[in-house]
Design a protein around this ligand. Structure first.
Ligand code: SF4
Length: 184
């Protein structure tokens, strides 16, 4: 599988302190995408599932993890690996938030159980108006897991878009919902 980053604590893409996982691969090429470096499957981001599990387990053994945010790239572009990872993560937390460029209708045949929240749809730069948790207002937040409905409804009422910077081996990575003029 191809995963570019696993970061903790991500506090700007869902409630609490989360593990953020950035998948590679996205066929859409949205104008203004904040992660164009993740469109292709690059060899340096190839990683086996066991290593991903070990990294996540290591973070979880030393920290309080409130949930997971899967983004990219498009996690669903590597659907089989994505499903395998979601199955694993769901044993740790049921709070799994997933970003995808597909609309919910386009992936209606896929197995979305064990996903708590799906934020769907491509990024449309002209519709980037600062809406919470979403790059553009055509994207929708689907709370799939009823157990977490209240948690997310409360979060959505109180949260604000913020940016976090992480130091990585690739330099600084800026995480969060960026404004239209953001320069990567
Ligand atoms: S769907 Fe997301 S990752 Fe893919 S090009 Fe659009 S903004 Fe970038």
């Amino acid at each position: 599988m191809y995963i570019a980053r696993i970061l903790y604590p991500v506090e700007v893409l869902g409630p609490g302190k989360r593990i953020g996982i950035w998948f590679c691969g996205c066929p859409r090429r949205c104008k203004g995408c904040s992660n164009p470096e993740l469109w292709e499957f690059q060899d340096r981001y190839k990683i086996n599932f066991l290593t991903v599990k070990k990294l996540i387990s290591q973070i979880c053994s030393q920290n309080l993890v409130d949930g997971f945010t899967l983004t990219g790239g498009d996690p669903l572009f590597q659907y089989e690996d994505f499903r395998r990872l979601v199955d694993y993560l769901s044993n740790i937390s049921e709070d799994i938030l997933v970003y995808t460029g597909y609309t919910l209708e386009e992936i209606s045949g896929k197995n979305l159980d064990k996903i708590a929240v799906l934020i769907d749809g491509e990024y449309i730069e002209e519709r980037n108006n600062g809406c919470l948790l979403r790059g553009s207002d055509n994207q929708k937040i689907h709370i799939i897991n009823d157990h977490l409905k209240e948690k997310y409804e409360t979060y959505l009422l109180s949260a604000k878009n913020q940016i976090q910077n992480f130091a990585t081996t690739d330099g600084y990575i800026s995480v969060g919902i960026h404004r239209k003029e953001f320069q990567y």
